[in-house]
Design a protein around this ligand. Structure first.
Ligand code: GLC
Length: 410
């Protein structure tokens, strides 16, 4: 179930824009005429095993779901659709949603599909210069919002009936005018896939929020799935991409997951479907770290105390202390906690660290007769683990847990 057992997913932006290798919105951002852009479709060449490669990368990284761009803004469809010839099936004889959904069913991977509301190819789509729409219709287009919605619904009907269970629908680019809110589309989606979760970028509100390339500072009020690409410039394949540092990505995952959010880490496969080496390396590095620390997120609750400058999560009688920023020193001071854990360790490596409740020189308040004692965790191997987000696991005696929670609630 997404948002409970399935917290970490692979976002895949794959489409004919990979042939240009510049950005998934190249058609719009570089003003490429439609007739010219569609030639990318002729060079689009998904390798026979590309969906398997994606699934195995996701699995290796400890991910349990994938979100796939069935149709991005350029309108090119990655499945066998009856409603346009502008599809992978028409050009290559393949149906990538089929291959991916079969692979997911076989391996237990959950599947989410991305579908863009803007469409830069469909002749009915309204391209009128609003955000993420072309400045004007393509030559020969007959824009008609209602006909476009019928087209969109028909395609969603295919995606949600022909490919087994779809766990989530990721709409993109909601209409900017609230007058265009239309509940009936999500209702239709739910009628086809009763258990599906729908994001907040469609014609109506949906079930979960989708902060993009950002970590909101406030606690999350409802279901939240953050998304972030491994590359700075694009979501689709970019030949000359600038890659985020692994550490930056780990910090982002940690901050989101500590607050209970899900995380989609994105890669843009190349025209043949293979994932650029640097992108795959990012996913592997973040995944290797994630697998060592994920117990601190799964089924854990977010804990906040205004005087403790670290992220915290709790599960049973374990408190996890997250150090997403570069640690200042080899110890953390957990004021106002005065309870000593029975066991303290670094989750990343499993090694023990020291726990003590003591009066430290920096706790001196001007009167030597008053010697406040607080929990200190020391001997953290910060200089060895500079490349990762360190997470400490503090296990308390079950009988001490009430005290711990009372002190943290203050
Ligand atoms: C933005 C972009 C789009 C990308 C998406 C991922 O909305 O328009 O290119 O697919 O973010 O969340």
């Amino acid at each position: 179930m997404l948002f409970r057992d399935d917290r970490f997913g692979l976002f895949l932006h794959y489409g004919i824009y990979a042939v240009g290798g510049w950005h998934e919105q190249e058609q719009w951002r570089r003003g490429i005429p439609k007739e010219e852009y569609i030639r990318y479709a002729e060079k689009f060449c998904p390798a026979p095993d590309c969906t398997e490669q994606w699934l195995s990368l996701a699995r290796d990284a400890g991910m349990t779901y994938v979100c796939f761009t069935a149709k991005h803004h350029d309108g090119f469809c990655l499945w066998d659709t009856a409603y346009t010839d502008y599809s992978v099936t028409h050009y290559t004889g393949r149906d990538l949603v089929r291959e991916l959904s079969d692979g997911c069913a076989k391996t237990g991977m959950k599947l989410a599909l991305y579908y863009s509301l803007p469409d830069w190819h469909c002749p009915f789509s309204v391209n009128d210069g609003r955000h993420h729409r072309l400045p004007e219709p393509n030559p020969g287009d007959t824009p008609d919002e209602q006909r476009y919605k019928d087209y969109l619904k028909a395609q969603i009907g295919e995606l949600l009936t022909n490919y087994g269970k779809i766990d989530a629908l990721f709409w993109d680019i909601p209409p900017d005018d609230p007058a265009e809110t239309d509940e009936s589309i999500n209702e239709y989606v739910r009628s086809l896939q009763p258990g599906i979760l729908i994001n907040d970028r469609g014609y109506s509100k949906g079930d979960y929020r989708t902060p993009e390339r950002t970590v909101p500072s406030e606690p999350f009020a409802g279901l939240t799935e953050a998304c972030q690409s491994v590359g700075v410039q694009a979501w689709g394949y970019r030949a000359d991409e600038d890659y985020y540092s692994h550490r930056f990505l780990m910090e982002s995952v940690d901050r989101i997951m500590t607050k209970g959010g899900n995380y989609l880490l994105n890669v843009g496969p190349m025209p043949d479907g293979s994932i650029p080496a640097e992108a795959a390396e990012s996913v592997r590095a973040v995944g290797a770290w994630y697998k060592t620390v994920c117990e601190s997120y799964m089924d854990a609750e977010f804990v906040y105390h205004k005087d403790i400058p670290y992220g915290m999560t709790r599960k049973g009688n374990c408190l996890y202390v997250h150090l997403p920023a570069v640690p200042q020193s080899s110890a953390v001071r957990m004021r106002p906690l005065t309870v000593k854990p029975v066991h303290a360790s670094v989750l990343n490596t499993g090694e023990d660290v020291r726990a003590s409740v003591e009066y430290l020189p920096t706790f001196f308040g001007g009167n030597a007769a008053v010697r406040p004692e607080y929990l200190r965790i020391s001997g953290i191997p910060v200089n060895r683990l500079t490349d990762e987000v360190i997470i400490l696991r503090l296990e308390f005696a079950p009988s001490d847990m009430d005290d711990v929670l009372r002190q943290l609630a203050k």
